[in-house]
Design a protein around this ligand. Sequence first.
Ligand SMILES: [Zn+2]
Length: 68
Amino acid sequence: MADNENAAPPAARPCPICGKPRLAQYKPFCSPRCADIDLGRWLKGSYVIPGAPVDEAEADKPASDDED
Ligand SMILES: [Zn+2]
């Protein structure tokens, strides 16, 4: 009888890029633009992929332009 097991429904989580309410078709983002921004971070090496070679030219660049 535990009704509150799901305290936060997935739809309540904001876009990780801009913090706006995300849309189901673009999840976990709010728009294709935010998804593209996230992809750009991947390509720049902001996200470290274990086992993958990291370009040291971009590796020391902090991702502090938004709050996670
Ligand atoms: Zn967004």
